[in-house]
Design a protein around this ligand. Structure first.
Ligand code: ATP
Ligand code: LTN
Length: 329
């Protein structure tokens, strides 16, 4: 039987290889045998200040990236989160079932609040995970393909689904997260102890999906490596391990096999090989991206919002009744 799948990316910052390898690459595989919904989570993006014109532009760009990466609108539903009002409505209801301590425990919140202090960040950053839970639960989602950094949010989603079901009767499917084997956590090129991140301060942290060949070569050349000179795939060499994971995922070979191909060669040969593999992936991807028009994307997103909207409406009618809201007819 086909399973319902749901995932999303925020239209903020530059999408990078970590986003692609951790999330989107899995989606392309999974859409074949499942009922997939891929969302552009603009409501999540505004938890940090966004320039309105830039947000609109980014939302279209992410949709184009989904298509260029191989998401097929004939198979999957693509839509923008704010186009389906029920996401915010369910998020509000889930907020009333969530403990403040549960939200304060989230690593992502802790990181951001430590950086800017509770006086300096908005309440949306705290309640961000209940909106994500609403995204997932609204569609009876069974599987959520994401990067490892999202595991804690999925765990909270499961808790909230069970809490609602216990209190109001069976309503929500308990979803499971799905991580990519080698791509679940791609680390920063400039620091292999931290994840590759859109919000990194240095552009040498990531390879953006829009980087050109020269930029890729420059960034890979500058990427941090471990001590020693052999190319081996081992936990003791975290920087190299990360680069080998990227190489492996983009060439569909095992990282150990790639390491074997570089026996007797050094970092410079390896980095040239890696840069080539990345450029060979990015060049055709970028060519597809350039050929997708705004009009084409808008048609896909409109159809997606209609489909998602009709599912969400049916679900919310049941939720409202269970919670005890008076019917409006
Ligand atoms: P930021 O780190 O700036 O908060 P982000 O890069 O995590 O943002 P999101 O839009 O929050 O971007 O993430 C989109 C998807 O990409 C999520 O499924 C997330 O788990 C995944 N992802 C993000 N960074 C990585 C990474 N370094 N490795 C693997 N997957 C990642
Ligand atoms: N919080 C996620 C983005 C996101 C998401 C979702 C992922 C919002 N809603 C629902 C999967 C399912 C992130 O990547 N930062």
């Amino acid at each position: 039987m086909k399973k319902r799948l749901f995932s999303g990316v925020q239209p903020s910052g530059n999408l990078h290889l970590g986003n692609y390898l951790g999330a989107i690459k899995q989606w392309v595989e999974l859409q074949k045998d499942n009922e997939a919904m891929f969302c552009i989570v603009d409501l999540h993006a505004i938890t940090v200040p966004q320039d309105p014109a830039e947000l609109r532009k980014k939302t279209l760009e992410i949709a184009k990236i989904y298509l260029a990466a191989g998401i097929d609108p004939g198979k999957a539903t693509l839509f923008v989160q704010s186009h389906v009002k029920e996401h915010t409505e369910l998020a509000w209801i889930l907020n009333t079932l969530t403990k403040i301590a549960e939200l304060e425990r989230m690593t992502q919140f802790k990181d951001k609040s430590q950086k800017d202090g509770k006086e300096g960040i908005g309440a949306g950053l705290l309640t961000y995970p209940t909106l994500m839970a609403a995204d997932i639960l609204l569609y009876d989602t069974a599987v959520v393909p994401v990067g490892k950094d999202q595991s804690q949010h999925i765990e909270l989603t499961r808790t909230l689904a069970k809490r609602f079901n216990d209190r109001f009767g069976e309503m929500f499917v308990i979803p499971e997260g799905k991580l990519s084997k080698e791509g679940a956590l791609i680390m920063g090129l400039d620091d292999p102890t931290k994840k590759m991140s859109k919000s990194a301060t240095s552009e040498y942290n990531y390879i953006a999906l829009t980087d050109d060949a020269e930029t890729v070569k420059k960034k890979i050349k500058k990427a941090v490596t471990d001590s020693g000179s052999e190319i081996v795939y081992a936990d003791e060499k975290p920087a190299l391990k990360n680069l080998l994971n990227i190489y492996a995922l983009l060439s569909n070979k095992k990282p150990e096999v790639i390491a074997g191909e570089y026996v007797g060669k050094g970092y410079s040969d390896f980095k040239n090989g890696l840069a080539e593999v990345i450029v060979n992936f990015l060049a055709p991807f970028q060519a597809r991206l350039k050929n997708i028009s705004d009009e084409e994307v808008l048609v896909v997103l409109k159809a997606g919002a209609e489909k998602a909207g009709s599912l969400a409406e049916q679900k919310m009618r049941q939720v409202r009744e269970r919670v005890g809201f008076l019917a409006n007819y």
